[in-house]
Ligand binder design. Structure first.
Ligand code: HEC
Ligand code: HEC
Length: 275
């Protein structure tokens, strides 16, 4: 090899240097600008993901409500099968920690699922806490009614009396919740929308907890015409009964309804455990 030909190695080297430069540029492009180029591919998500809105805000809360709760508790927070959450009085009565544990873990032996912990697609504890803030912000600051007479969400006393509960039920509730008895009807009137389903049906009762009964009786369901503890109720003759429920009445009613719940085996549901 002739060492005097000094320019030769340089000339040989030049194309290699240039190739490696192009290679490095390609890597750089694929790390940065390359992403932009791929955005034109069909089916690719947009380059800037939609901003994640905190569920502690009304907009964020409403999004998660629509996705996770609306099917059972109503699109608008009411008129669903589950208790309406669009109720400032109710929201302010449920302690945050209880609300958190129900949303995180569900309500045992009921159809209320848990959304946190080990649930598939589980929501973090932090998001659940924020979600509760969002729910209060959105529905908890309206004018609170006094349907509950200020009775606590959860029973604080011991169990109620079944026989007394039966008496109150006959005097104030049975006209709207006929069960075995036939509801009084006024000849010639349209079907009364307030005549509701049986709440003494043993199989209905095994689907829901005593707390669900209490929450309905204390807070009512304004969205469907169910009075809270403040009434007014409906007597056996169909007339209005204005005497409100006492705290003892509420406990007795829950005890009476719960006493109708059966535990007979009914197919695979038995595996869920005792109601
Ligand atoms: C003016 C009629 C009316 C009166 C009086 C009334 N209810 Fe209701 N109740 C309703 C309506 C309407 C609903 C909602 C529709 C439904 O659940 O069938 C309801 C719902 C309920 C529910 C929830 C059912 C569920 O799981 O969704 C319970 C429990 C209940 N009532 C118990 C009672 C008790 C106990 C009393 C007496 C203190 C009472 N109701 C008085 C009309 C009434
Ligand atoms: C698959 C239907 C379903 C879904 C989805 C659902 N719930 Fe429920 N929820 C229920 C049922 C049924 C109950 C009544 C449980 C019982 O018997 O105590 C309930 C009870 C509750 C209660 C307690 C009511 C009370 O005072 O007794 C709260 C609070 C609640 N749900 C909030 C939520 C929230 C918030 C979401 C969405 C994150 C949600 N639920 C999603 C069915 C559902």
């Amino acid at each position: 090899m002739n060492r005097s030909d000094s320019s030769h190695p340089h000339q040989l080297h030049h194309p290699r240097a240039s190739a490696s430069k192009v290679f490095r540029l390609l890597i750089a492009a694929s790390l940065t600008g390359g992403v932009v180029a791929c955005d034109d591919l069909p089916g690719k998500p947009p380059p800037n993901p939609a901003p994640v809105i905190s569920v502690a805000t009304t907009a964020g809360f409403e999004g998660m409500w629509a996705e996770r709760c609306s099917g059972c508790h109503g699109a608008d927070g009411q008129l669903g099968a589950g208790l309406p959450m669009r109720n400032a009085e109710y929201l302010n009565a449920v302690p945050d920690d209880d609300m958190f544990s129900m949303i995180r873990n569900g309500v045992p032996s009921s159809r209320m699922p848990g959304f946190g912990g080990d649930a598939i697609g589980g929501v973090s504890d932090e998001i659940i806490r924020d979600f509760i803030k969002g729910m209060h912000l959105t529905w908890g600051e309206g004018e609170a009614s006094d349907d509950s007479r200020g009775f606590p969400w959860r029973s604080t006393g011991t169990g109620g009396d079944v026989a007394s509960g039966a008496t109150v039920f006959a005097a104030k509730c049975a006209a709207c919740h006929p069960g075995e008895q036939v509801a009084p009807t006024q000849a010639g009137t349209m079907p009364d929308q307030l005549i509701a389903g049986s709440v003494t049906d043993p199989f209905y009762l095994r689907l829901i907890s005593d707390q669900h009964l209490r929450s309905n009786i204390v807070f009512g369901r304004k969205d469907l015409g169910m009075p809270g503890a403040a009434g007014p109720f409906r007597g056996p003759d169909g007339g209005e009964v204005t005497t409100p429920l006492t705290a003892t009445d509420v406990a007795d009613l829950v005890a009476f309804l719960a006493s109708k719940r059966n535990t007979w085996p009914s197919g695979p549901e038995v595996e869920d455990g005792e109601p």
